[in-house]
Design a protein around this ligand. Structure first.
Ligand SMILES: Nc1ncnc2c1ncn2[C@@H]1O[C@H](COP(=O)(O)OP(=O)(O)OP(=O)(O)O)[C@@H](O)[C@H]1O
Ligand SMILES: [Mg+2]
Length: 451
């Protein structure tokens, strides 16, 4: 993933990320506000060995003390010392419990023993530290006293009493909330990326390309497409006209390269915008001077006759059942408009009607008289009509609205492959013009437009 992908994921799922971050901050605040505060203090003991005053004696004494301090530090958390502390302070704890609160260490090459204590009460922490220092002194004194009697050669002196800590070592609620927020932000980013990766919907051309299909165009969501198709085709200022123009060029190029005459335009499901693409493809190609025929093979919801206001006595179904021939059903092109074959009277079983050999023959006849025959039909799901048409055309343009699932696109491709169709590519429709997945919108002169 590139940085841009993270940014896009965040822009799309920012609300989830924000919620996770806020939850993190709240959790941090809650944990710190309910946790018992802890206070830490420390004290230091200085170890001296009692010797004579000559230089040699001093060196010897210092070496002796240094060799012992590590052991004295170990002793500080022993039962012998801590039992004394408990007795001195009248604590309710066991030596093992207290050992959890006390740590002792001897810095290297020194004659010092550092004792630090953690407790939930600051006074108590200082008291335990002082008592531990005193108890350690006493225990060492006992241990180092020669067996035959006499005085211990070492003395442990507390350098200064343990200070009463004024601030807790556990984080305050502000810090807790801030740490929680930080963790929440990271988790929120992770959640956004995960959601983005797991999203089964097609959002960008790259999602389609990832499934191995060519993208012929990305048509923006455009309310102008609801108007009259011919008026739209003449309006180069519409938001989606450049994208549709591009689709036409690419289809014409592919058609020319692969000697393709008949092209089926089909949606993955109802409302993808297939009829709109088919109409604009035919109108645009006709407008460029090509001889184009548009055939409405959507026998369930025919739309071409109504949208182009084409009144013809016969339609495709009349040709298929033999009650008319192709020339009777074809409304010839006028000016820069395509010729039209409307759907005709609805048959009882549309997919059977389309599967009749008459369709191939009719399309061949129309193809012989035109440079390009554009066929509109029922979406691939849930009926088998489209695959019947796909079997007899030269190539297919698949139309998928943004938000179509990858699974549906894969099913559409499988169905077309099973029909031995040549898929030129996918036209993505209803693409956003704002937000993280916005497609660029160009005006007729090629400049990038602000929507
Ligand atoms: N890019 C677009 N932006 C906005 N509206 C669109 C777009 N493409 C199509 N529409 C509108 O969506 C509706 C359905 O489009 P259309 O009839 O082309 O879809 P279809 O796939 O042929 O559907 P059907 O399953 O009915 O055949 C129409 O009102 C059309 O104007
Ligand atoms: Mg349609």
């Amino acid at each position: 993933m590139e940085l841009a992908d993270y940014v896009r994921a965040l822009r799309r799922w920012w609300l989830v990320s924000l919620a996770v971050a806020v939850l993190g901050a709240a959790a941090g605040w809650l944990v710190t506000s309910t946790a018992t505060p802890e206070y830490e203090t420390s004290t230091r003991l200085f170890v001296t060995a009692q010797t004579g005053a000559t230089g040699g004696d001093l060196v010897q004494a210092s070496t002796f003390a240094q060799s012992r301090v590590a052991s004295y530090a170990e002793l500080a958390t022993s039962g012998a010392v801590l039992e004394r502390v408990i007795a001195d302070l009248g604590l309710q704890e066991t030596p093992d419990d207290l050992a959890e609160q006390v740590t002792a260490s001897a810095p290297d090459d020194s004659v010092l023993v550092d004792i630090s204590v953690v407790a939930s009460d600051p006074q108590q922490a200082a008291a335990i530290a002082d008592a531990t220092a005193a108890a350690l002194s006493a225990v060492v004194d006992d241990l180092e006293t020669p067996v035959g009697g006499g005085v211990s050669p070492v003395r442990l002196a507390q350098v200064q009493p343990a200070p009463v800590p004024t601030t807790a070592t556990t984080p305050g609620t502000t810090l807790g909330a801030a740490l929680g927020l930080l963790v929440g932000l990271l988790l929120g980013l992770g959640a956004a990326v995960l959601l983005d990766v797991a999203d089964p919907r097609l959002r960008r051309a790259a999602d389609v390309r990832a499934s191995g299909l060519e993208v012929l165009g990305e048509v923006p969501r455009d309310p102008a497409l609801r108007g009259h198709p011919v008026a739209f085709a003449h309006d180069a200022s519409a938001r989606s006209s450049q994208a549709l123009h591009e689709v036409r060029l690419r289809v014409q190029r592919a058609a020319a390269a692969g000697s393709v005459r008949t092209v089926l335009v089909v949606g993955t499901q109802a409302g993808d915008g297939a009829t709109t693409v088919a109409l604009q493809l035919a109108l645009s190609a006709a407008g460029s001077g090509a001889a184009v025929t548009l055939v409405d093979a959507d026998l369930r919801h025919p739309a071409v006759a109504e949208r182009l206001e084409a009144r013809v006595p016969y339609g495709l179904t009349d040709v298929l059942d033999g009650s008319a021939d192709v020339s009777q059903a074809l409304r010839r092109s006028r000016g820069d408009l395509p010729g039209v074959v409307v759907a005709g009277p609805p048959p009882r079983v549309p997919s059977d009607a389309l599967r009749s050999p008459g369709l191939r023959k009719a399309l061949e006849e129309l193809g012989a008289k035109a440079d390009l025959v554009v066929v509109d039909t029922t979406p691939l799901e849930p009926f088998a009509d489209a695959t019947a048409v796909a079997e007899v055309v030269d190539a297919v343009v698949l139309v998928a609205a943004r938000g179509t699932t990858r699974g549906r696109l894969a099913r559409a491709e499988r169905a077309l492959r099973a029909a031995d169709a040549r898929v030129l590519g996918v036209v993505l429709t209803r693409m956003p013009v704002r937000g993280p997945d916005a497609v660029p919108v160009f005006s007729a002169d090629g400049r990038r437009r602000r929507r």
